[in-house]
Ligand binder design. Sequence first.
Ligand code: GRF
Length: 207
Amino acid sequence: MSLKIAVFISGRGSNLNAIIQAISDKTLDAQIQCVVSNDPEAPGLLIAKQHGLPTFGLAHKGMKRREHEEKILEHLKQYEIDFVVLAGYMRLISPEFLQHFKDDGGFYRVINIHPSLLPSFPGVSGYEDAFNYGVKVSGVTVHLVDEELDRGTILAQVPFPRFPDDTLTTFSARGLSVEHALYPAVLQTIAKEGVKLTPKHKVEAKK
Ligand code: GRF
């Protein structure tokens, strides 16, 4: 099934670009219905426009979260959307928004990419936090979005090394290139097989 997606961005849009490229290379069977941003000046919107994709930029400043989301949802009504793909969208998604994408399989059809091996280093600066902590291995996580920040079910993780002479710039660039391969690959798995949930591991009480 070709996956109909809305991609949400806030900034440069390199993951959006990777998704666009994968679609054009036919390694990802998806259609981007709309690219949404909370920053009408986001460089990623230009990438979308250059590829002839519909965009919707709406600044969130001066608006309550619900009002901003309602306007986005109203705009998205005109499209059929299987999945909302967060790609560097720097806004929390409310539980009310998630309800609009509730799947019968017991999850929300909203997915995110995070620049660390979750549950380590959640939040807005995953690469920086991992680098400053001094990790020897970091990684990238693609996860379903739920009501808790960066805590949804993990769909895929790919590790990458930190080398002794790394700077934050070289470390982050290594991670970003992992992201660009991983996100389209996970979306393609969803397009082909849907979302397969495995039960989270139960922690056995110690005797
Ligand atoms: C990526 O590192 C992503 O993991 C994080 O925000 C960054 C977005 O980068 N959530 P880009 O806008 O896709 O270039």
